[in-house]
Design a protein around this ligand. Structure first.
Ligand SMILES: [Zn+2]
Length: 618
């Protein structure tokens, strides 16, 4: 792992040294010119008569005789679409040409004189049951999502090579993408392979809106799922207006937009989202919007803020383009947690309905979740960050912390520390801006960089805080920081209730199917749960439950849902040391209920700071 990372870094820095950005004023608006540079063009073709996949052609000239082509691995979601490359062929006008697969996602093309045309087809896997993942490609009779890491191969040795991309889709279809438009509405420009891979294309019969923030154009493109009845109508003024207000607050927070233009690629019938340099793919259901045009404000804000915090301001380990997954980072708690922190805060600043009625109510819910999952206070956020992407489930033993949640509460507490230390003249906003200034360029940030930046803004030492709660796993004493603004928590553990209002059973036992396709592998999320106390551990391989073999998660889930308080459950597992049988007694689940209240003896200074904090205003 370390060697791969080092190698990737050396390759990236060698490429950067060969092509430093903006050597000449014209580099800023046109292509760099170097006689030795390959010339690359792409065509992506969708045939409405065959929506089982799409075709890609890459024309390369002025390259070496041997060219390595790869499909990139996304640092968060590596969907491994190299598995769906079909009909790969190569042709050279100068004579014989060959293409050989040298690794799963890597091909070697040999063509005399470095002139070649490579063609292949991406056969789409069978569609997932709806809702589908918003970032994965799809094709339907009225549109689809294509390109990105799921579609384009790139020249491994020339990641900074620009290219033109011709998009050949049914004539009635529109194209929305973060790629640079040209005078031809079907031809786009990618200034580098990174940008090409980072810019998927939403195509089809789209609804489009646009607005301008700080002089920068923003486009909202929406693809609706064809429905048997009339399409769900929603309040488009409220919906697009909410996106515009969020964009305005984000640009205000960071001081400027880090893009030429921005495109929201929104699709019906899908969940989740994926951030890009100047676009986002996001699943938003038309029927949800028909009920509430603000239904997805939180998710929208989250993915949009990632444009700054993660895409530009990034952990140092998050390098450039790679065909090996390289998303492991100890700094993800900042990238995800602070993004969540601002998703809530910017919605409030924009006057949009946030999920919780107030900042106090929001923090109450976060703190309850923090205590409700034992891993949050038992595994350090840096360790949880490292395990989040690119690792296997179960790498944190009998805990499963949420690095997103850890990061958001750390951000909230650091905000209070900065406010207190600066007499409310500064806040985490100033930390975020300074982080952006320092670490959004050539180099990303490390853990010590975050600590130093907070210390520089507050003029105080935050080493004990980072030692205890970022690098270490000491539970956060919320009252210590809430007291700074005259607040305190009241935490009470109560029996949790199920949907029918009856005491809920502790069902915190999970399992996943390892790649060896053998027995299910168990996941324990709290060693003090009834499952943990009965001696079960994460990575135990499941043989049977109550004597019956269980080999799939749906089957296991069905059995667990039938467990009542007081029931005896015999779980037989296999371990390297041999078989083991745990006798588990169904136990009621308890959950923390958190209330935040004002301290009656708070000082005037604390009350003033509390009012300002509660307002959410900068
Ligand atoms: Zn995120």
């Amino acid at each position: 792992m370390v060697r791969i990372t080092t190698l990737a870094f050396l390759l990236a820095s060698a490429a950067a040294a060969a092509q430093p950005p903006l050597q000449h004023p014209i580099d800023a608006v046109e292509m760099r010119f170097a006689a030795s540079q390959p010339v690359v063009g792409y065509t992506l073709r969708v045939d409405s008569a065959d929506l089982a996949g799409f075709d890609v052609e890459i024309r390369i000239r002025n390259a070496r005789d041997t060219v390595l082509l790869a499909m990139a691995a996304h640092p968060e979601y590596d969907d491994r679409y190299w598995r769906f490359v079909e009909r790969l062929s190569v042709r050279s006008p100068r004579g014989a040409a060959t293409v050989t697969r040298v690794d799963s996602a890597l091909w070697r093309v040999v063509a005399a004189g470095g002139e070649t045309v490579v063609r292949y087809r991406i056969r789409l896997p069978p569609p997932e049951p709806t809702p589908r993942a918003a970032w994965r490609p799809f094709l339907e009779p009225t549109g689809g999502l294509v390109g990105g890491p799921h579609g384009f191969m790139y020249l491994v040795d020339a990641p900074l090579i620009p290219s033109h991309v011709a998009v050949d889709v049914p004539s009635a279809w529109q194209i929305a993408t973060g790629l640079e438009p040209t005078v031809d509405p079907r031809i786009f420009f990618a200034p580098s392979a990174d940008v090409l891979i980072d810019s998927p294309l939403l195509i089809g019969r789209l609804r489009n809106w646009s607005f301008v923030v700080d002089g920068v154009p923003h486009r909202v493109a929406y693809w609706s799922q064809p429905a048997p009845g009339p399409a769900a109508a929603f309040d488009t003024i409220a919906f697009v207006g909410s996106i515009e207000r969020l964009a305005r607050e984000a640009v205000k927070l960071f001081g400027r937009a880090p893009y030429r233009e921005y495109t929201f690629l929104l699709r019906d019938g899908a969940y989740g989202g994926l951030e890009h340099f100047n676009s986002v793919t996001l699943g938003i259901s038309a029927s949800n919007l028909a009920e509430n045009p603000y239904s997805d404000v939180g998710e929208m804000a989250h993915e949009f803020i990632h444009t700054w915090n993660l895409m530009r301001l990034r952990p140092v380990e998050r390098g450039g383009l790679s065909y090996k997954q390289s998303g492991r980072s100890t700094g993800l708690w900042w990238s995800e947690g602070l993004t969540l922190f601002y998703a809530d805060l910017l919605a409030r600043r924009a006057g949009l309905p946030a999920f919780d009625s107030s900042r106090v109510a929001h923090l109450e819910r976060l703190i309850a979740r923090y205590f409700g999952n034992a891993g949050n206070a038992a595994i350090s956020p840096e360790r949880a960050s490292y395990a989040e992407y690119g690792g296997q489930p179960g790498s944190l033993g009998d805990y499963d912390p949420s690095v997103h949640l850890q990061g958001e509460v750390l951000g909230a507490m650091l905000d209070l520390i900065v406010r207190d230390a600066t007499n409310d003249r500064r806040s985490i906003d100033d930390v975020m801006r300074l982080m952006m200034n320092r670490f959004s360029g050539a180099r990303g940030f490390t853990g010590p960089d975050i600590e130093r930046t907070v210390a520089d803004v507050c003029g105080c030492s935050v080493k004990p805080f980072f030692d205890a709660h970022v690098r270490g796993a000491t539970p956060i004493e919320f009252n210590r920081y809430l007291r700074l603004i005259g607040l305190r928590t009241h935490v009470e553990w109560r029996p949790a209730l199920n949907r029918e209002g009856r005491p809920a059973v502790d069902l915190s036992l999970y399992a996943w199917q390892p790649p060896d396709q053998g027995l299910l592998s168990l996941l324990i999320t709290n060693p003090r749960s009834s499952w943990g106390r009965a001696g079960l551990h994460t990575n135990d391989r499941l043989l049977s439950i109550n004597g019956a073999p269980v080999t799939t998660w749906p089957e296991m889930r069905r059995i667990l849902l039938g467990v009542a308080i007081g029931d005896t459950v015999r779980v037989q597992v296999r371990r390297p040391a041999g078989p083991f049988t745990a006798v588990v007694i169904g136990t009621g689940l308890t959950e923390p209920v958190v209330r935040i209240e004002a301290i009656p003896t708070a000082t005037d200074r604390q009350k003033r700071m509390r009012e300002r904090w509660q307002s959410g205003m900068p």
